[in-house]
Write a protein that binds this ligand. Structure first.
Ligand SMILES: Nc1ncnc2c1ncn2[C@@H]1O[C@H](COP(=O)(O)OP(=O)(O)OP(=O)(O)O)[C@@H](O)[C@H]1O
Length: 826
């Protein structure tokens, strides 16, 4: 089928965010004038000077223009405002609303906390010090506390108070089921006082560490928390929660292992923002995602995940947080079911837009799976298609596990869908190595301490480690550690169930959750009646009519798999290999083959700036580098991956060609330099970018001269002289825009919002109230519809789908804890 035929299957609202669509490029061009205007205006408003800018960060936030959902420019503000606004609109709906959008099962909350201290392994980064704190804003409104206990046991109390307070806030402000649930709530932690949790700061290495050093060396400064406040976990949801990194921004290469050094680290050397970076395509607790395009191929668009510096987070802490996530994200990228993360880059501040920071340059996708599963037509999709999705996700997990890495936050929200129908795992913020030697995936597996994750995707053996739960039931010494890989398979079981049933079986896998107790009782009962059910290599039937919900999985084989994955006992739970050995898995027909080439193109890095030479210089095209090696598969085969269509002829670019092209570009650039020079107004040298194109020039803020202008960027230039430009230069032929229509997306495209009767029933709760909720399926409220005052409108109007999606990211899947294992063996 032709590309246009394929595109027509994607709803208009989704198409508009489709990465490789012409619309994006056209949109960019059409908005050029507008952008120019805006930048000019904002430059005036903002004034110049980075210090002023940093100091007035919050003020800037409030000035940001809102997107269609009212939150794009200022997600935190929207979060803060959302609950209040939503309470107005959603109170009347409560739990019996006929509006299915109020009742669709909700996004999970992530508890990014490692609260343990020390591992079985001697690896300090998997231990108590192995904390990657993380914010939990999406559902929690303004705050989320961090796992202070990971660092300071004596701070546990304070932390819990904070968690309780945060939870309370969340329950009240963001759940549609709040009114009814709140009255039954007896959670003693919901009314705790607020507490401030101190966090030790980090020592950042001055030289790039090796991966092993990053994760194993006790002396690795990069991962050693010292004494800094954890307050940034608690303030992210606040509109003023994001701080600005001090100038000069550090160079990612100073933090990356040698094997991962990048030939260019400044985003604007090779890319420019679509819509001047003011339009986000997604927002998470710790990041904003927007679209950028290649300066050499405007139709080549990528997702830029820009990380936020949380209030009170030290820059060093931030840098390490980003680099550890990047290392894993990049390492696991080379699989069709994992989103491709290419580079870690410095990004400039943009007037009335994002602030200077670090960001991942990633493959751009269309939507996350959660989005699709709440569409009205999803329930009626054939099970075959759902199992195909399931298998793709499982393959992504298998790939990660084969590299010795556990994801630890598997859920539908963290699965992205591409416009060519591939499903991809994303968000490796709490991923961790589960092996002794990160560079040897076959090395001994280790267990991990500390709570993290997103209930109900958090397995019982991890759930008990939550500070809240530890208060209820103390954890015996021998239960303080868990296998992170089995955490993933449990979560995969929950996800599998949710692909078919739009509600949660229980809120939290903990005994204080009555629905979970029901589930465990059923599981035990079933195994009792089928004694060989858990026997390795034996494949007994799973529950059928015995269970009203598992019977919806369509076959006793599927229910077997689901039950084996969601085995409360980790010692008998399916591993990912067990899953793939199950005959039911083998029978699943794939809608996207594992070895199928993807119609994507590795972003080109042709230019780099440095301290010594602020004018972008060509990146040598020979030699070997991390990227050559890492992306060799893509480069060495067909980088344009035309997906079964005839491949375009790929011509390598000679240096002469590049030089000519650059000359042309410069002359084109100079021709537009007569236009208002709005960018770099704060450039102390009064320079403009001689080689950047118009759009790029407009994108950059004055105060960022140190970052964005060639001269400013030149703070640090550790770009190795021998650095090579992997296949980037070779990839200069026209981008392949055509994508073959995939059945999956084709059918997804026919889905519409808001008319799925399945979502009308049983949607109530919030995980904090699960102990009071009643049996059968324990549905959870759809947090985004509750929090966002705009979400109701957005949800009921397919045309606003994308806007709604952006909104929802603000609210989904984070919790009060938010502590992310900062240095978890990455
Ligand atoms: N490559 C991408 N293409 C398209 N959209 C993306 C991409 N990466 C992320 N998004 C969107 O942005 C949202 C936020 O991304 P992500 O979950 O990675 O951020 P995060 O800050 O790590 O989230 P959190 O910390 O809250 O879990 C995603 O839910 C997704 O919808």
């Amino acid at each position: 089928m032709t590309q246009s035929g394929f595109k027509s299957m994607i709803p208009e609202d989704i198409r508009s965010s489709t990465p490789s669509s012409d619309r994006v490029a056209q949109d960019m061009l059409h908005k050029r004038d507008k952008i120019q205007e805006r930048v000019a205006t904002s430059s005036e408003v903002e004034g110049s000077g980075s210090h002023a800018n940093a100091a007035s960060g919050s003020g800037r936030s409030s000035k940001r223009p809102s997107g269609p959902d009212g939150s794009v420019g200022n997600g935190a503000a929207a979060r803060a405002a959302g609950p209040a606004a939503s309470s107005k609109q959603e109170k009347p709906v409560e739990t019996h609303s006929k509006n299915p959008l109020k009742k669709i099962f909700g996004r999970s909350k992530s508890h990014h906390v490692d609260q343990g201290k020390g591992l079985v392994s001697s690896n300090p980064f998997l231990s108590g010090n192995d904390i990657r704190p993380r914010m939990s804003p999406k559902l929690e409104g303004k705050h989320r506390s961090r796992g202070a206990s990971l660092l300071h046991k004596d701070k546990d109390k304070e932390k819990e108070r904070e968690m309780g307070a945060t939870t309370n806030m969340h329950v009240i402000k963001s759940s549609s089921a709040i009114p009814s649930l709140a009255s039954h709530n007896t959670n003693p932690f919901l009314n705790s006082a607020n507490g401030k949790i101190p966090l030790e700061s980090l020592n950042i290495p001055h030289r790039p560490p090796t991966v092993s050093q990053l994760y194993h060396s006790p002396s690795s400064a990069s991962a050693t928390p010292s004494s800094t406040s954890l307050g940034f976990y608690q303030t992210e949801g606040d509109s003023k929660g994001e701080n600005v990194l001090p100038l000069p921004l550090k160079n990612p290469n100073d933090f990356l292992p040698e094997s991962m050094q990048q030939p260019s680290v400044m985003l604007t050397d090779n890319f420019a923002f679509v819509d001047s970076g003011r339009k986000t395509i997604g927002e998470g607790g710790s990041s904003q995602v927007m679209t950028v395009y290649s300066l050499y191929r405007r139709k080549q668009v990528y997702a830029l995940k820009r990380f936020k510096l949380f209030k009170d987070e030290t820059p060093d802490h931030f840098y390490h947080r980003c680099v550890t996530e990047f290392i894993i994200a990049n390492k696991v990228s080379n699989h069709v079911n994992i989103v491709k993360t290419y580079y870690l880059m410095k990004t400039p501040s943009i007037s009335n837009g994002p602030k200077r920071s670090w960001a991942f340059l990633m493959q751009q996708c269309v939507q996350d799976m959660f989005h699709y599963t709440v569409l009205s037509g999803w329930a009626s999709k054939p099970l075959d298609e759902k199992w195909c999705c399931f298998k793709q996700i499982a393959r992504g997990i298998r790939h990660m596990h084969s590299l010795g890495i556990a994801h630890r936050d598997i859920k539908l929200e963290n699965v992205l869908v591409t416009d060519y129908g591939a499903l991809k795992l994303t968000d490796f913020g709490i991923s961790t190595y589960g092996v002794e030697d990160p560079e040897d995936p076959t090395s001994k597996r280790i267990k991990i301490k500390g709570y993290c994750g997103s209930p109900p995707h958090v397995p019982p053996e991890v759930m008990i480690l939550s500070e809240k739960k530890k208060k209820i039931i103390p954890v015996p010494k021998d239960k303080e550690e868990y296998d992170p890989f089995l955490m993933d398979t449990w979560a995969l079981g929950v996800l599998m169930f949710n692909l078919v049933c739009p509600f949660a079986l229980f809120g939290e896998a903990h005994k204080d959750d009555s629905k979970y107790r029901h589930y465990v009782a059923f599981h035990e009962q079933f195994c009792k009646h089928s004694p060989h059910f858990k026997k390795p290599g034996v494949y007994r039937s799973g529950p059928g009519a015995e269970h009203p919900d598992f019977s919806k999985l369509g076959s006793v084989e599927a229910s077997r798999v689901c039950l084996r994955l969601m085995d409360p006992d980790p010692s008998t739970r399916y591993t990912i290999e067990d899953l793939f050995n199950d005959p039911w898995m083998a029978k699943i027909e794939m809608c996207f083959d594992e070895d199928e080439e993807e119609p994507i193109k590795v972003p080109e890095l042709r230019k780099a700036t440095s301290d010594d030479d602020p004018i972008p210089h060509d990146i040598p095209s020979t030699g070997s580098s991390f990227n050559d090696e890492h992306w060799s598969g893509t480069h060495s085969t067909n980088p344009f991956l035309d997906f079964g269509l005839k491949s375009p002829k790929i011509k390598s670019k000679s240096m002469l060609f590049i030089a000519e092209e650059e000359a042309n570009r410069r002359s084109a650039s100079s021709s537009v330099q007569g236009s208002p020079k709005v960018a770099f107004t704060g450039d102390p040298l009064g320079t403009t970018l001689p080689t950047l194109d118009e759009e790029k020039t407009k994108d950059v803020d004055d105060d960022e001269k140190g970052i964005s202008s060639p001269k400013a960027v030149s703070q640090e230039n550790p770009i190795p002289v021998s650095a090579t430009e992997p296949g980037h230069i070779l990839n200069s032929s026209p981008s392949v825009e055509s994508t073959q229509p995939k059945e999956l997306l084709k059918k997804m495209s026919t889905l519409s919002l808001n008319s799925n009767p399945a979502y009308d029933s049983n949607i109530t709760n919030d995980s904090n109230n699960t102990s009071k909720s009643e049996p059968s399926s324990a549905p959870i409220s759809r947090s985004s519809s509750v929090v966002s005052k705009n979400s109701v409108t957005a949800q009921s109007n397919p045309a606003t789908l994308v806007a709604r999606k952006r909104k929802k990211h603000i609210f989904h899947h984070h919790s009060e804890c938010g502590g992310k294992p900062m240095f978890s063996l990455k």
